[in-house]
Design a protein around this ligand. Sequence first.
Ligand SMILES: [Zn+2]
Length: 166
Amino acid sequence: MTLFDDRTGHITDEGFAALAGDTLDELSRLELAEHLAFCDLCCAKYAQLTEQGPLEQPSRPLAAPTMTRIRSRGRVILLRRALKVSVAACLALTLWQAGAFDALTGMSSGHTASERRLQIEQKRNLDALEELSEEHDEPAQTLNMKISNAVDQFFAAIHPKGDNNQ
Ligand SMILES: [Zn+2]
């Protein structure tokens, strides 16, 4: 049996046939395998020869179980995405309720909770001063203006750009 062509050094047709069959001894099989490992030409020829054989059939149908696994995996991915969105929404809602976005955007109309409390406090003080001014007209009026100016300065300090709430 001639496994290799003496002229070219490649595997002969007889060699390929022997490789496909089960007649080769261990050493010859090893020699052929070694040649196939580095010779692209013989490797391509061997691949072509083995392609012609009948395709193996799986012992049990695989299409249905594979599709079930794909669908199940898709559900898991969808569930994870929904979970991420829910967590993000909860976090956003919590931050919004805590007034974090008011502080971040610095909306002039929507002041923070502490600023609103200060506004209410300021209103109370002015009301009290108005009551006082009814009794002592002139000095209370100046005091009222002083406090009002101080409050204005305070809010100007909070908003350095000068978008005062008054
Ligand atoms: Zn070869």
